[in-house]
Design a protein around this ligand. Structure first.
Ligand code: ADP
Ligand code: ASP
Ligand code: MG
Length: 411
């Protein structure tokens, strides 16, 4: 039997009615003759609630127990989905990560998948089971503990299963009907794309478009998984949604494919750092050892042997970063003070067309300046340009860039 992977995100399993609706979709594919692997998220809001409980109980929590708690939301939906399918006379069974087992490394709360043995689930398909419902987002470490795959990790579970079971396709059912030129929730003119290249999707995801977890796109690209994003709220044809595919499967594309934003950014500046060789290595080495993922970096021109070092990081890593920076303050990194600005956001434009067309950065900066938006930090790569701006201008920046690059005409 050909295998299909279908993943349902939080809003698609938010209550029993939605689970029934998702199960009906699964029934349609079973009727076509597929063995289906369904990956489920926790009911929407559940993971946030669990994370909140952990933080309230223990601010500097033990990551193994964090994972034990936050992985539990998916267990509930997996069981409910299997029961719902059984009620529809579809032979189904649920599996938690450890039962598969989905094997991960030991990096709790952001574990990477190492292997998914297929024999247990295949044996059940052999006995007539039609649907394996798997709890997304979780796996088993070599130490025998539960690990989670980072927020949004059920997408990665789904793609990894599609690769391991050589599935015909991996369908990601969510609350929008595909990948858009930007988040349709903050830009009414956003257009749904029929296709998007892996590389563009990878950049958009890593720059904040949460419709797919970055790692899931990486895996799909590496293992050549046919990946589709579509809505669980509408009747769907085989052509619905957005196909994430190789660049050469797209006839014509815009210079800019999309605009992404990330609200959860923080800017820190170590002021008046002694400007000597090795200073950056110490600052960023210390932050990295503390598990802080520094993103953008700028160093000012030095004056009288002193300089300012500015960098950005995710908002949930601020206390870790402040602690790490505090520990090196009195050493040879004798900076004056550390200024933290939590009211910033990152806005990025992405497109593989930028490789061959110049002027995108100039146009982006002009658009922002015409709107009176000050740029705090800039980073670029071959196919993206990102800027840090005051958070209050984030939506305006996204909309202005979407207009200027004529993304409302994309298809
Ligand atoms: P799920 O719970 O199904 O995993 P997510 O909330 O993780 O869903 O992802 C879907 C959301 O991603 C959409 O509701 C939308 O607001 C957001 N999003 C951000 N950027 C984009 C984009 N470019 N295209 C589509 N959706 C996007
Ligand atoms: N429930 C998890 C989260 O919210 C995983 C997921 O939904 O993909 O991050
Ligand atoms: Mg998601």
């Amino acid at each position: 039997m050909p295998t299909l992977v279908m993943k349902f995100g939080g809003t698609s399993v938010a209550n029993l009615d939605r689970i029934r609706r998702a199960a009906k979709r699964v029934g349609v594919e079973v009727a076509k003759g597929y063995d289906v692997i369904v990956i489920v998220s926790a009911m929407s809001g559940k993971t946030n609630e669990l994370v909140g409980w952990v933080n309230e109980t223990s601010p500097l929590f033990d990551a193994r127990e964090y994972d034990a708690v936050v992985s539990s939301g998916e267990n509930v939906t997996a069981g409910l989905m299997a029961l719902t399918l059984q009620e529809m006379n579809i032979p189904a069974r649920s599996w938690q990560g450890w039962q598969v087992p989905l094997l991960t490394n030991s990096a709790h709360s952001q574990a990477r998948i190492e292997e998914i043995p297929t024999d247990n689930i295949n044996a059940k398909f052999g006995e007539g089971m039609k649907v394996a419902v798997v709890a997304g987002f979780q796996g088993l470490t070599p130490e025998g503990r539960i690990a989670t795959l980072g927020r949004g990790g059920s997408d990665t579970t789904a793609v990894a299963f599609a690769a391991a079971f050589d599935a015909e396709r991996c369908d990601i059912y969510t609350d929008v009907d595909g990948v858009y030129t930007t988040d349709p929730r903050i830009c009414a003119k956003a257009k749904k794309l029929d296709r998007i290249a892996f590389e563009e999707m990878l950049e958009l995801a890593s720059l904040g478009a949460k419709v797919l977890q970055t790692r899931s796109v990486e895996l799909a690209m590496r293992y050549k998984v046919k990946l589709r994003v579509l809505s669980s709220f509408e009747e769907q044809s085989d052509e619905a949604g957005t196909l994430v595919c190789d660049e050469d499967e797209i006839m014509e594309s815009n210079v800019v494919a999309g605009v992404a934003y990330s609200r959860d950014e923080v800017q820190m500046t170590a002021r008046s750092v002694a400007d000597r060789p090795g200073i950056a290595a110490i600052i960023f080495g210390t932050l990295s050892d503390a598990g802080v993922n520094v993103d953008m970096i700028v160093q000012d021109i030095s004056e009288d042997g002193r300089t300012n070092m500015t960098f950005s990081l995710p908002v949930d890593q601020v206390s870790r970063a402040e602690k790490a920076m505090g520990a090196i303050k009195g050493t040879e990194i004798n900076y004056d003070d550390l200024v933290t600005d939590t009211e910033v956001a990152k806005v990025s434009v992405v497109g593989i067309g930028m490789r061959s067309q110049s002027g995108v950065a100039a146009k982006m900066f002009k658009v922002l300046s015409d709107e009176g938006i000050n740029i705090k930090v800039i980073t670029t790569s071959e196919i993206k340009i990102s800027v840090l701006v005051d958070r209050k201008y984030m939506e305006l920046a996204v909309q202005a860039l979407h207009d200027a690059f004529e993304l409302d005409k994309a298809a």
